[in-house]
Design a binder for this molecule. Sequence first.
Ligand code: GUN
Length: 292
Amino acid sequence: MQLLDGKKTSNDIKNEIAAEVQSIKAAGGKVPHLAAVLVGNNGASLTYVGSKVKSCQEIGFDSTLVALPETITEEELLAKIKELNEDDNLDGYIVQLPLPKHIDEQKILLAIDPDKDVDGFHPTNFGRMALEMESFIPATPFGIMELLERYKVETSGKHTVVIGRSHIVGRPMSILMSRKGNPGDSTVTLTHSRTKDLAEFTKNADIIITALGVPEFLKADMVKEGVTVIDVGITRVDDASNPKGYVIKGDVDFDGVSKKASFITPVPGGVGPMTIAMLLKNTLLARKMRSA
Ligand code: GUN
């Protein structure tokens, strides 16, 4: 069994990007600039946005945190988006989700300039991805593709079962794995909460990518020998014996499933750390597109 080490791989990628930033600087060029829009005080969002900004600083990007109050109106937020779209000094930005309930998330995502949409959530980028054109690819699926590539996991002609149809992970993942190329060229089954007899699919899968958010639901008896398992689940589970009062659990019963797997991602330290690295990669691409 080979562990797909997202922590190490994301560090490798960050070092590669930092080296590129150094050569941009040496040539007198402009370094990439990422902005993150954070509305309100959602605890998890604060943590995520904080690490995105910190990572920018570590690798030499410019970064801006746009912190807005929970009470901001949709109209005011749209005005801010327009400002970011027009800011020539900015290469890309993200609007951290979820947004407060009084704001229409889709309306906000549609307002983002696709050329600055480093999250890849705009329909233009999503469509371009599906059509195998160059585009920003959502960071989590992009990170999974990068892990499969760097660890040389064979995906061509394999049966990939994706669990979960979210717009951020499952749906784009199913598209990417069915695209031409390597990784890709898979035969894909996209399963979800209405799928009947999920185990019948997982037992026949060569590759399982699970983004369900149900701790340890994928058990050893649901997979075949030699399977590759990518665990996107990150659920906080109360644990009084832990100083934090909780532990992070993936969707996979790691102890059981890892005994049958040929490749598997741990949680934490698998897919999670890859996400920020790929956001940085998209931001570097945005900079290159703007200077081309
Ligand atoms: N909320 C959870 N994941 C993400 C992400 O990848 N991007 C943004 N903008 N918000 C998120």
